[in-house]
Structure formats: structure tokens, C-alpha cells
Design a protein around this ligand. Structure first.
Ligand SMILES: NC(=O)c1ccc[n+]([C@@H]2O[C@H](COP(=O)([O-])OP(=O)(O)OC[C@H]3O[C@@H](n4cnc5c(N)ncnc54)[C@H](OP(=O)(O)O)[C@@H]3O)[C@@H](O)[C@H]2O)c1
Length: 320
């Protein structure tokens, strides 16, 4: 299994990360255990979650995903085999949100408790918090690293300007720096990352672990119209993709998949993996079959012509 370093953290990960927002949402506890077992059996061991997952599911309050992971670590006694990424800062209700020193101190203890572990490999700021000085946030992360509670830090959903300024604060004050960025990036949603974040990550040698790598399942090609997706839990997320450009992307995925005897979801992940700036795309699955399909992407190398074909089909402005 190919491995890559998360920025300069010294932490090596496989080229695909499993997304944990399904735990306690579209995968119940038993299914989550099956998925996690199958992940390790397949040779992958990198899992991304967040304190807030999956609060949007009816009856949930946040913390469900970490709780299931914690039960699985305990049941299997395998915490040390997994590279565990989680996040802090998204609103959890009752004013629990943001990146202040006091809040992070409390939130990390809550995450460690739910996860039934004493350390987190990659602790990420889930979203920017402009009301907290960046030196304060990085200062508490420095304390947590010294205490052995977290190993490295990352950022998610930051603008290029705010990411760059955080990196400068780290340098100036001799504080730990964000080693990774977790942006939204996939064959359909390209401009947010490609316009300026990518250059910032490359310049600073950050690891990049994009989310929504499958555009919430759209890039698997299993839905061909919004109506087909309408009754699914992700209906609200995928409906924006059913337009001319979305259909053009699915056609090119179909074509490349046929040529390479692969599946569209694998090709969509392999397109991300073909970018030198990408360390490991994050994708989730709700069945072991889906998971096995996604793992196949780590063995799929796209020829240059296929990468070009997909990039052209998904270009946001098409030359006349
Ligand atoms: N930092 C952030 O703000 C942020 C935001 C969102 C997500 N994330 C992270 O990124 C991860 C990935 O995002 P995501 O899970 O929401 O979306 P995704 O990876 O783009 O889509 C995954 C979904 O697609 C479907 N799928 C997967 N493999 C398939 C296959 N082979 N064939 C058909 N359908 C397949 C499954 O859903 P169904 O079976 O239900 O169709 C699966 O749950 C999350 O789990 C989370 O860790 C981070």
C-alpha cells in the first residue's frame, strides 16, 4: 500500500481516507463496525471524523460518529493501528463552537472521552473563527501537542488568505503549524480549491485531504436524475449536480471507466489522486461492497489522456 506524509507531520497515511460522517447517520453501529473492520482488512487505516458528526440526522446531537469509533476501538483493541483525524469548531449547540482556547480545551477532552483514546493523530479546525486571534488557537494546540493529546494539526474550510496568515503566525511565534488542509474538492466542485488554495498548499508543502470526493455519491454515477435521488438521505446535497455540466462529467466518467475496466467512483477518486498536490481524498461508504470498490481506486493509475479528458469535461468554462 502506497503511503504519503501528512505535510511535514511525520505521520504517514495511505492514499485514501475513510470519511466517518456516515457513522450514526447512514450507517448504524453494526454497519459502522463492519465498514471499519473491512477498511483495516483492505490495508487502509486512515479515518476522518468530527466532534459534530452526525448532528444533522434526526434524533442526533453530535458526537455519534466519535462514540461509535470509540466503541469499535475498545471492542477490537486496535487504536494504535489507526490514523485518527477529528475536528473541532463547528456548532454543537448550547454555544459550543469556535476555536477559542477555553473551548478547544473542553472540546478535545470530550472528543477523547467519546473516542475512548488518549490521543488524536490529526486535530483539525473544522472552520475558521475570525473572532479568536489565530495565535490563541495555535497556542492551545501547542499545549495539547506537548501533553501528547494530539500529534499534529490541520485546517478545514479556510480561505487561502486566512490559511497563509495562520502559517505566518506559527512561524513568527514558533507555534505548531497547520500541516494539512481539508477543502471541498472533486471533479465537479473545482474552483474553490484550484483558484488559490492549491497554490498556498503547494508553496507551504501542506498535505491536502479533500472532502466530498464523490460529490456525495453523485460521481458514482448511480443517479442520473434528481428524481432518482429524491428519496435518499443525501438528496439535498446531490440535487445541485443535475445540470448540463454534471451530465457531461458523468459521461466522461462512463467513458474512462469503460476504457479502464473500472467503476466511475474509482475513476473519480483516481482523478483526485493524480493531482500532485493531493495527499489522500476522503470518501465514505455505507456498505462493504461500496467500500471495496473505493479501495480499488488506490490501485488505479489514470493514464495522462484520461486525466485530461476528465479535466476538460469538468472545466467550468468550456471553450467555444
Ligand atoms: N471538513 C468538512 O467540512 C467536511 C464536510 C463534509 C464531509 N467531510 C468529510 O469527508 C467525508 C466524505 O464526504 P461524504 O461522506 O459526505 O461524501 P462523499 O465521500 O462524497 O460520498 C460518499 C457517499 O457516496 C455513496 N457511495 C460511496 N461509494 C459508493 C459506490 N461505490 N457506489 C455508489 N455509491 C457510493 C455513499 O452514500 P449512499 O450509500 O448513502 O448513497 C457514501 O456515503 C465525510 O465522511 C467527512 O469525513 C468533511
Amino acid at each position: 500500500m502506497k503511503k504519503r506524509e501528512l505535510g511535514h507531520s511525520g505521520i504517514e497515511v495511505p492514499t485514501l481516507c475513510f470519511g466517518g460522517n456516515v457513522f450514526g447517520w447512514t450507517a448504524d453501529e453494526q454497519r459502522s463496525f463492519e465498514l471499519l473492520d473491512a477498511l483495516l482488512e483492505s490495508g487502509l487505516n486512515f479515518v476522518d471524523t468530527a466532534d459534530v458528526y452526525s448532528h444533522w440526522a434526526p434524533g442526533n446531537h453530535g458526537g455519534e460518529s466519535e462514540t461509535i469509533l470509540g466503541k469499535w476501538f475498545k471492542a477490537r483493541g486496535n487504536r494504535s493501528k489507526v490514523i485518527l483525524a477529528t475536528k473541532v469548531g463547528s456548532p454543537m449547540g448550547e454555544g459550543k463552537k469556535g476555536l477559542s482556547k477555553n473551548y478547544i480545551r473542553q472540546a478535545v477532552e470530550d472528543s477523547l472521552k467519546r473516542l475512548q483514546t488518549d490521543y488524536i493523530d490529526l486535530y483539525q479546525s473544522h472552520r475558521d473563527d475570525e473572532s479568536t486571534p489565530q495565535a490563541d488557537t495555535l497556542g492551545i494546540y501547542a499545549d495539547l501537542i506537548k501533553e501528547g493529546k494530539i500529534r499534529a494539526i490541520g485546517a478545514s474550510n479556510f480561505t487561502a488568505e486566512r490559511l497563509q496568515s495562520a502559517l505566518e503566525v506559527s512561524r513568527k511565534h514558533n507555534l505548531p503549524r497547520y500541516e494539512t488542509l481539508q477543502p471541498e474538492y472533486n471533479l465537479y466542485d473545482r474552483s474553490g480549491y484550484e483558484s488559490s488554495l492549491e497554490a498556498t498548499c503547494v508553496k507551504n508543502e501542506l498535505g491536502v485531504i479533500p472532502y466530498f470526493s464523490l460529490a456525495s455519491g453523485f460521481l458514482s454515477g448511480k443517479y442520473r436524475s434528481a428524481e432518482e435521488a429524491a428519496s435518499k438521505p443525501r438528496a439535498g446535497m446531490v440535487k445541485k449536480y443535475f445540470n448540463e455540466r454534471g451530465m457531461r462529467i458523468l459521461e466522461s466518467l462512463d467513458e474512462v471507466s469503460r476504457e479502464l475496466n473500472a467503476k466511475p467512483a474509482q475513476v473519480a477518486l483516481a482523478w483526485l489522486m493524480a493531482h500532485p498536490s493531493i495527499t489522500a481524498p476522503i470518501a465514505s461508504a455505507t456498505t462493504v461492497e461500496q467500500l471495496r470498490e473505493l479501495v480499488g481506486a488506490t490501485r488505479l493509475e489514470l493514464p495522462h489522456g484520461a486525466v485530461e479528458k476528465l479535466s476538460q469535461a469538468s472545466a467550468e468554462v468550456v471553450a467555444a
